[in-house]
Design a protein around this ligand. Structure first.
Ligand code: CP
Length: 297
C-alpha cells in the first residue's frame, strides 16, 4: 500500500492487519522510531481531531511533523497543490495528510506525483474519510467484537457524509450483520454500496447495537437541501426517547464535531453509552498503524 486513499482499495486482510497493529500500539505502548520520515499536514478544510491526531500519531512514531500554514503558503500566489507537494517532497517530506473539499483530490494527487511519497486522505469533500472509518471500527470492536452479529444504525446527513461513505465500505468488507442508514429524504444518498436506507427512525433504530450519529453539514448543503433544523431535530435527533428503541447496551458514536441539541442530545453525548471520546483516543493509534504501514511496506 503506497497511499491511503479509500477503504474500498483495502482488502479485509489489510484492514485486519491495520486494526491489529492499532490495538497493539494501544495495549503495549511500545512504538517504533521512524526518525527518517516526515509527515506534512495539508488541511485545506477545518479540522481539530484529524489534524491533531495525525500529528500526535507521527510524533509517537518519532517522525518529524510539519503543519503547513496554508494561509501563508505559496498557493496564495497561484501555486497548484501538486507543485506544493512536489516542492515539499524535494525537501525530504515523504508523507502528506491532505484534507480538501474536492472529492477525489487525494487520489488525483497520488496519480500525479511521481516522487516516492505517500498520500493520506484525511477527508475529501463528500467522498471518503478512511482513517475515520478505521478508528470507528476499532472502537466498535473494543465494545462489541462480533461484527457479523451487529445491527449498526447510521443516522443523519448521510448524503453529504464522507464518513458514512467510508463506513459503508468498511462494514461491507468486514461483513457487519445489518447496516441501516436513517435520514430524511432530502439527505438520503442516490446509491449505497451496502445496507439499506430508511426515513423511519423507529424501525431503523429498533434493536440496534451501535448508533452512529452524523453531523449536520451546514457548509455542504445546497439551498434545496436545507431543512428546518427544529423539524429535523424533532424527527431525527438522537434523544433518550429514540435511544430507548435500540438495545439497552447500545453504544453511541459520533465522528465529531457535534452539533449538540441538533443531531445528538448532550445528555447522551456525555452519558454512559457514549464512546465518542474512545473514538478520539483510538484515532491516534489507528493513524499510527496507517503511517507505519505506509513507510515500512
Ligand atoms: N471527525 C473529524 O474529521 O473531525 P475533524 O473535522 O475535527 O478533523
Amino acid at each position: 500500500m503506497k497511499h491511503f486513499l479509500e477503504i474500498s482499495q483495502l482488502s479485509a486482510q489489510q484492514i485486519h492487519t491495520l486494526l491489529e497493529r492499532a490495538f497493539d500500539f494501544k495495549t503495549k505502548q511500545t512504538f517504533p522510531a521512524l526518525t527518517q520520515h516526515t509527515l506534512a499536514n495539508l488541511f485545506y478544510e477545518n479540522s481539530t481531531r484529524t489534524r491533531v491526531s495525525f500529528e500526535l500519531a507521527a510524533k509517537r512514531l518519532s517522525m518529524n511533523v510539519i503543519n503547513v500554514a496554508l494561509q501563508h503558503s505559496s498557493e496564495n500566489k497561484g501555486e497548484i497543490i501538486q507543485d506544493t507537494i512536489q516542492t515539499l517532497a524535494a525537501m525530504g517530506i515523504d508523507c502528506f495528510a491532505i484534507r480538501h473539499s474536492q472529492d477525489g483530490l487525494p487520489q488525483q494527487l497520488a496519480e500525479q506525483c511521481h516522487q516516492d511519497i505517500h498520500i493520506i486522505n484525511a477527508g475529501d469533500g463528500t467522498h471518503a474519510h478512511p482513517s475515520q472509518a478505521l478508528l470507528d471500527v476499532m472502537t466498535i470492536i473494543e465494545h462489541k467484537p462480533q461484527l457479523t452479529e451487529l445491527k449498526i444504525a447510521i443516522i443523519g446527513d448521510v448524503k453529504h457524509s464522507r464518513v458514512a461513505n467510508s463506513l459503508q465500505w468498511i462494514f461491507a468488507t468486514l461483513h457487519v450483520g445489518e447496516l441501516v442508514f436513517i435520514a430524511p429524504k432530502a439527505w438520503q444518498p442516490e446509491t449505497i454500496h451496502y445496507g439499506r436506507v430508511t426515513d423511519d427512525i423507529t424501525e431503523g433504530l429498533a434493536q440496534a447495537d451501535v448508533i452512529i450519529c452524523l453531523r449536520v453539514q451546514h457548509e455542504r448543503l445546497h439551498s434545496h437541501e436545507q431543512l428546518d433544523l427544529n423539524r429535523y431535530r424533532n424527527a431525527f435527533a438522537l434523544t433518550p426517547k429514540q435511544l430507548a428503541r435500540a438495545k439497552p447496551n447500545a453504544i453511541i458514536m459520533h465522528p465529531g464535531p457535534i452539533n449538540r441539541g441538533i443531531e445528538l442530545d448532550s445528555e447522551l453525548a456525555d452519558g454512559p453509552q457514549s464512546v465518542i471520546l474512545d473514538q478520539v483516543r483510538n484515532g491516534v493509534f489507528a493513524r499510527m498503524a496507517i503511517l507505519e504501514w505506509l513507510v515500512t511496506h
